[in-house]
Design a protein around this ligand. Structure first.
Ligand code: PXP
Length: 236
């Protein structure tokens, strides 16, 4: 499996003092030097961590792949078409949430999602939809024209080590299987950490894991290079 490192929380720390440290760009370069396969950033509507200039600078400098997470809004579509990241992962967004809580609602907004995805795909951006492991949403994602789905692993991560772990894990397996049968490629992410990530090996055909909070948290103690290498050794 490939590893995309979400570096949003380097920007969270930087923004706490309003200065330039720690550098988001340096973080991305260290992640790449440590062997990750892509850099992920979420440009939120409220710009609480990553800012527009960060995305622009990263897109010109990084050598792996830039995966821009964004809401399905006209503003974000305009920015993506201007900056042209390698991939866009469309996520739901609510201003008050601490992090991306649920998956994208695709099934009830199929036409809107088709219209949103089309120009991005035509511009050469690989589009992924961040969805809960729900069959209705997966079928809709395939119909909407996405190339990838990213399965929301938040419920599995929460359940890890508890009695509903098996239930949540099986939902991921079944969702991945359905998605692949419909021609979608499958990524996964949210809440994955050094303890719970091992079960991702048991899901056939996962392409990439996008992991942020646990890696940046470990980096406080080990340094970013080691934190990325530790995660890579678990998922390779
Ligand atoms: N994938 C998506 C689509 C996300 O929105 C996030 C959180 O920004 C992640 C992966 C990474 O989640 P975490 O920070 O919990 O590893």
């Amino acid at each position: 499996m490939l590893l995309g490192v979400n570096i949003d929380h380097v920007a969270t720390l930087r923004n706490a003092r309003g200065g330039i440290e720690p550098s988001v760009l340096n973080a991305a370069l260290i992640c790449e030097k440590s062997g990750c396969h892509g850099i992920t950033t979420h440009l939120r509507e409220d710009r609480r961590h990553i800012k527009d200039e960060d995305v622009r600078t990263l897109s010109g400098i990084i050598k792996t792949r830039l995966n821009l997470e964004m809401a399905a809004t006209e503003e974000m579509q305009r920015i993506a078409l201007d900056i042209l990241p390698d991939c866009c992962c469309i996520v739901p967004e609510r201003r008050q949430e601490v992090t991306t809580e649920g998956g994208l609602e695709v099934a009830s907004r199929l036409n809107m999602m088709k219209k949103f995805i089309k120009p991005l795909s035509e511009a050469g951006i690989v589009v992924s939809l961040f969805i809960t492991p729900d069959h209705e949403q997966i079928e809709a994602a395939a119909e909407a024209g996405a190339k990838f789905v990213e399965l929301h692993t938040g419920a599995y991560s929460e359940a890890y080590g508890k009695k509903n772990e098996e239930y949540e894990f099986n939902r991921l397996c079944s969702a991945a299987k359905l998605a692949q049968s419909l021609g979608l490629k499958v990524n996964a992410g949210h809440g994955l950490n050094y303890e719970n990530v091992h079960r991702m090996h048991q899901i056939d055909g996962l392409v990439e894991l996008n992991i942020g909070h646990s890696i940046i948290s470990r980096a406080v103690f080990t340094g970013l290079e080691q934190a990325v290498k530790d995660m890579l050794s678990l998922i390779a």
